[in-house]
Every structure is written in C-alpha cells, then in structure tokens.
Design a protein around this ligand. Sequence first.
Ligand code: NI
Length: 383
Amino acid sequence: MSISPEHYDELVVIRHYIHEHPELSGEEVATTQFLTDYLTGLDIAVLDTGLKTGLVAQIGSGQPVIALRADIDALPIIENTGLTFASKHAGVMHACGHDLHQTSLLGAAKLLKQREAEIQGTIKLIFQQAEETHVGANEVLETGVLSDVAAIIGFHNMPDLPVGQIGLRDKGIMAAVDQFYVTVNGTGSHAAYPNQGVDSILALSAIITSLQQLVSRNIDPQHAVVVSVTHVAAGNTWNVLPDKAIFEGTIRTFAPEDRTLAKKRFYEIVENVAAAHGVSVDIDWIFGTNVTYNDSELSAVMFDDMKNWHEDVVVPVPSNAGEDFASYQEQIPGVFAFIGSNGPGSPGLHFSNMVVKDETIGVAVDYYVNNAFLLLKRFSLKK
Ligand code: NI
C-alpha cells in the first residue's frame, strides 16, 4: 500500500464524514462542495464544466490525457448497519459504497498532486454524480470535458469479495440494463360477476409466468440473462375486479444478440398472452445502460502490471448489475475493475446492512495511482 498511515487515517475520517452525509442522485450539492473544497485546498484545479453536481478536476498538463472516475451519489434506503458513522440523512444511505469510491479518488488526487512533477500528461479526476439513475456519465460526456481523453478507468467495490482483492476481466464485466413498465388494460367488474368484465389481474399473472420462460426457452443456456418483475400493482379492495394492472421490472444481458432477442420475445409474449386473455397492453421500454465492456488490450496491460504490485488480482465472475461507466466506454477505451470490500457472504450492494470496510481504501488508492502512471506511460509511447 503506497499511502502512509497518516494519509490512511485522514481518508478514513473523510470516508466516515461522506458516509454520514449521503445525497441522492442529482442532488449531490453538499458532497460536490465538500469535494471541491478538499481539492482546491490541495491546489488542484476544478474545471468549469457547468455541471450542477459532480465535478471534474485536473492534475498535470499536456498530452496524453487519461481519466480516473469515481461516483458520488447515494440511494433512497434506510440504513441498517449499526455503524458509528451511519447516515445522518433520513432515508438516504451510501448503500453502494460510492463513499469509498470518492474517498479513494481524493486519496489518489493528493498523491498525484504530490507527484505532479513526474506526471507527463494530464490526469482528469471525475467525481461523477447520478450513477444510480444512470444519467451522470452522459451528463459528464455532454460537457465535452472528456473529448481529449485517451483512456478512462474506474472501479466498483464488491462486498462479497475479500477486502483488497482486485477483480479484472476483459470485455463484459457488468450487464446491460433495460427496464420495462407494462399497463394491462382490462374491464373492471363486480368480483362476483367476473364474466361481466375482463380480468386484468389474471391476465397480468399469466403474462408474468410466461415471461419467466423467456430465458429458459429462448436464450442460449451458456449465456447470462436475467428477467425480473419487481413491482406489481392492481386494484384497491376485495370485491371489485380492477380495470387495470401494472407491472415493471428489468432485463439484464451481456451479449448484444441476447439483448435484441430478449426485447423481441418480451413484446411477443406480453402482447400475445394479453390477446389470449382479451386485454390490451401498453408497453414502455426504457433502454438503459450498455454492457460495461472493458477494452481487451488495456485490460491485459493493467492486469499484468497489477500483479507486480498486488498479490491478489483475479478474473472475477461478471456482475449482473449495471454501471453507467459503460457510457464512457462507448466513446473512450476504458477499464472497470472490482475491488473486494468485505468478504464472502457479506450483504451485497444496495442492502440496508451492507458494510464496506475502510481497509479497502489503500488498495483502491493504489489502483487509481499506479494505473494512472501506467496509462500515461503507455499512451506517451504510442505518440
Ligand atoms: Ni454503485
């Protein structure tokens, strides 16, 4: 670990402060101010991007330009960790460990600033807002601040991996995320006379059951695809069959052909089962994030190099969760890794009792700093 005990202690205090003061996606005003104050206190330039929340800072100058990214937003979850530094904001929690991510990037910022004379090129530090709503990365990209960036890296902590274990694989490491919202339109009636209406609840039940055959009968069994219906609502009393029923959920895929096929089959199943029940459906399909897709060449270079300074580097199982880091990777060669933050069996991301261990900070700082120098060197040589 390249950070001193004093620096580690400072970062633990910072992380606990950020954890105590979580803010929801797009509302990270105080967090952005805190980060800005800390960075400007280190004499690091915060760029004028026009972003309402989130920021991009810069160390060094000239070519090549590389970017390090951390996300900063929290989730609408009531914290149930029992930590001494638990959230002080009711109903909001850093339940995805973005407090750790931004603290680690602050730690890297301090070290990189101290070593600025060694930096041949520019390092842009992205403290990204609104990852959970999957809009932040695109907002940062739209400012144009990354138009000169040759490569970008980021990471996500993984509570079920041992603390400090780095997981990196090329190509897909996190899933493509699509979202659906379906309204089933029947005709309401007295519960005693279902024959006088068209039962939207029964149709909805049949549709959901049929949807669970999509993966088992349409997708290559070697491929990872998930269909989850997560929210169902209909009716408001016991003796009336309602007009409408709704359900929503998500589909996770890795292969582009699976994403296309899953959407096609989803529409066919929903529309045809609905027709069989005599109801109509309105389908809203929300195209979410793409696969978090690691550049093969950079992944291999980083993987080999990390083995030189860290003993615990593995090829992890991909995650079916999604990440809007994928948006950067559509425009810039990028690598996204996992860093273990607790241990096998620990509550996972987005759980109210999820705990990220402070001891993860050192490896996360090293990940940013060592890979920043590695990438600068690599892109200098390419010129
Ligand atoms: Ni996250």
